[in-house]
Design a protein around this ligand. Structure first.
Ligand code: HEC
Length: 172
């Protein structure tokens, strides 16, 4: 952050004579200066630098994230399972699928109603967590069984409950 500000200052300094010329001596020269230095930034195509996965494997982010309050859960699925699944999602799954299932360059978002390999039904989600994805439809790497973690059936059911809740927000 500090380096960033420093760089911006340096870049700003380089533009100073131009800014002064453009802005003249009118009030509001500050604003003009800012805008000029911003426009001077090199335009780098976003795709050239994909963001790294949001979370390092092994870190727990789910526990601190806001709770999903699920509606229209499938039969036998409880809010307690969704909460438990959220904590476990943060330990392994978030390293590829992003915090809150927001997606990353390694794996698709799970917080919307769009699917690549399944239609989004609860049993399908349980199954794909258990078996992983050996032949991804779009993403470059595979998903190992259980995302490479070791979860028992109850834990997988809870993680699936969380993924179901994530992808059915808004009651759809
Ligand atoms: C090593 C990276 C990685 C980890 C860790 C991982 N996944 Fe995946 N996941 C993927 C990839 C890659 C796909 C398939 C994308 C494709 O088909 O192009 C996928 C697909 C899925 C799908 C199906 C999505 C769809 O649109 O078809 C679900 C659900 C899912 N993962 C849940 C999980 C859960 C839950 C965990 C944690 C237990 C987890 N994943 C851990 C990489 C990962």
């Amino acid at each position: 952050m500090k380096a960033d500000v420093f760089r911006r200052r340096m870049r700003g300094a380089a533009w100073l004579p131009v800014a002064v010329l453009l802005a003249g001596c009118e009030p509001g020269a500050e604003g003009g200066f800012d805008r000029v230095s911003w426009r001077g930034e090199p335009q780098v195509p976003k795709a050239a630098f994909p963001d790294p996965p949001a979370v390092t494997p092994g870190t727990t982010v789910g526990a601190t994230a806001a709770r999903i309050v699920a509606t229209n859960l499938p039969q036998g699925v409880t809010q307690a399972m969704v909460d438990q699944g959220q904590d476990q999602f943060g330990t392994v799954c978030a390293s590829c699928h992003g915090q809150g299932g927001a997606g990353s360059p390694a794996a698709p978002a799970l917080n919307d109603a769009q699917w690549l390999n399944i239609t989004g039904q609860y049993p399908e989600i349980i199954n794909i967590i258990n078996v992983g994805v050996a032949n991804p439809k779009q993403y470059p790497g595979v998903m190992p069984p259980k995302g490479g973690g070791s979860f028992d059936d109850q834990q997988v059911a809870a993680i699936a409950a969380y993924v179901y809740a994530l992808s059915h927000q808004g009651g759809a």
